[in-house]
Structure formats: structure tokens, C-alpha cells
Design a binder for this molecule. Structure first.
Ligand code: SF4
Length: 277
């Protein structure tokens, strides 16, 4: 497991230990009171909490094993997600206490999440895949309103929106440009894509991925050479790799029969055989 993944997993484990320690301390305190009723209540509460924590611990263990083996356990996906969603806020707080940059923790979460999605080896028709891009990718001086209709882009090549159109034309997937996280969630709810490639900053990707769960989302971080939310850009090959990963085999018609190698967002290589185009 690489260092970036270890940060997120390490903080999750630490969160779990903190909760267990707190409960254990409460338990010891109450046991000292010698009152029968409080003892019975405590046993009941303790059993419930331990059952809950057992589930969270199991989810976390399966997550670690899955990442280690680069495989997935589909029947345990909900348990894994519950463990992440429950422990993530605490992991962030602990990270802050240790003066670890919040963005770094969120980046680690996105890498882990991407890997979980990629390990599921889910494949979709082009029409079911949506590239969700933030408005800040558009050149600030562009007069065209592409958030209403992305086809309003005149493909002048002044920003990366032109290249995103190129990816959509090549693979026949959908593209939408949204003004913010709220609109992105609303759009996903209405249009119901089966898989999303979301381009955004650490904060928006983290909240977006959690908000649309269990929809498979591959997160691609935007690049911010001019600071946040202004004339941002994205590594277009990362987007294309994500599209290729999610597409059904017969949709990847390339003019060769050699295995098609894809550099996945977490650095590994996925090799898929493609038919002759
Ligand atoms: S590529 Fe499209 S969105 Fe970007 S500046 Fe040109 S017209 Fe505007």
C-alpha cells in the first residue's frame, strides 16, 4: 500500500481506536458506581455499541484487505462505505490535530475511493457515463454560457473544455459543466447516469462522492495554476483513462489488437484487450 493510501487508512484506524478507548473509559467509570440498574443498562448499551463498532471494524478490515489484494468484495461494499462515512469526519479532525493538511487527507480519500471503484471492474455503455466538470475550467474571458448547454462552447481551444469535448466525441460519453456541488448533485439525481467521472477540487470531490453514494464515481483532481476556482484545468489523459476504464469492452475500438494500457489515476496499469477498430 503506498504512502498516500496509508495516510487515510491510518487515520481511519486511529479514529476507531479513539472511539473504542472512549467507550472503554465510560464503561469503567460506570462499573465503579455499583448500581444494578446502571450496570444492566450499560451492558445493553455496550452490546449495541460493540455490535455497531464490530461492523465498522469489519468494514475497515475488508477495505484494507481489498486494497491490499486489488480486489473487491461486492457483498461488503455497503459495510465498507458505512465504515468510511462514519470514521471519515473523525479522521479529518484527528488529522487536523496532527497538523496534517486537510487537502492531503481528502486526496488520500479520493485515491482510496477511486481504487475501490476501479477494483469493482464495472463497465458501462457510453450513454450511461457522465463527465461532470466544474465551471472554473472555462476560460474566465469566455462569453459563452456553457453551464446551460455545454454545446454552446465554440471549441476555440482557449481552455480545457475544448479537450473535454474531444474526449466525449471520441468515446460518445456525456459532458456537463456545473457551477457548484449543489447543482452537480441535483443534475446527477435528475439525469441518473450509471457512472460519473467527476473533475473538481479535493473538497468538492470528497463531499460529492459521499453525496451520490452508491453511484460509482472516479474523481479527477483539477489543477489550479491560477489559484482556486479561477481558470483551472485538468490533466486530460487522466480523464480519458477514467473513461476507458469504465467503458464496455466493445466500445474501446482502437486501430490495433494489442492490449490497451491505461494509466489509472492511482498510478497502476490496467490492461484490457480491445477488438480491432
Ligand atoms: S474552449 Fe469553449 S469554453 Fe473554452 S474559451 Fe473557448 S469557447 Fe469558451
Amino acid at each position: 500500500m503506498n504512502t498516500r493510501k496509508r495516510l487515510f487508512i491510518g487515520l481511519l484506524l486511529l479514529s476507531l481506536l479513539v472511539i473504542i478507548a472512549l467507550i472503554f473509559m465510560g464503561w469503567m467509570l460506570a462499573l465503579n458506581s455499583h448500581k444494578l440498574l446502571s450496570y444492566i443498562l450499560l451492558v445493553i448499551m455496550g452490546t449495541i455499541v460493540l455490535f455497531f463498532l464490530g461492523g465498522i471494524a469489519l468494514g475497515l478490515m475488508i477495505l484494507i484487505v481489498n486494497l491490499w489484494r486489488a480486489k473487491t468484495t461486492p457483498s461488503m461494499q455497503n459495510l465498507i462505505s458505512a465504515a468510511i462515512n462514519f470514521l471519515f469526519p473523525l479522521a479529518l479532525s484527528i488529522g487536523r490535530a496532527f497538523k496534517i493538511e486537510e487537502e492531503k487527507i481528502k486526496r488520500s480519500f479520493i485515491i482510496v475511493h477511486n481504487e475501490l471503484v476501479l477494483n469493482q471492474k464495472l463497465f458501462f455503455k457510453p450513454a450511461d457515463i457522465l463527465i461532470l466538470a466544474p465551471h472554473c475550467l472555462q476560460w474566465s474571458g469566455c462569453p459563452h454560457k456553457i453551464t446551460l448547454d455545454v454545446q454552446n462552447c465554440k471549441r476555440c481551444e482557449k481552455c480545457v473544455i475544448d479537450k473535454l469535448h474531444g474526449v466525449c466525441e471520441k468515446y460518445h460519453v456525456n459532458l456537463v459543466v456545473v457551477t457548484g456541488g449543489t447543482f452537480a448533485r441535483k443534475f446527477v439525481k435528475e439525469k441518473r447516469p450509471k457512472a460519473v467521472i467527476a473533475i473538481a477540487c479535493e473538497r468538492d470531490l470528497t463531499s460529492g462522492i459521499q453525496a451520490v453514494h452508491p453511484l460509482p464515481v472516479i474523481g479527477v483532481l483539477n489543477l489550479r495554476p491560477n489559484g482556486p476556482c479561477f481558470n483551472t484545468t485538468v490533466n486530460i489523459s487522466r480523464v480519458e483513462e477514467a473513461v476507458c476504464h469504465l467503458l464496455e469492452q466493445h466500445c474501446l475500438k482502437l486501430p490495433c489488437q494489442k492490449p490497451f494500457e491505461i494509466n489509472l489515476p492511482h498510478g497502476n496499469l490496467l490492461v484490457r484487450n480491445v477488438e480491432k477498430g
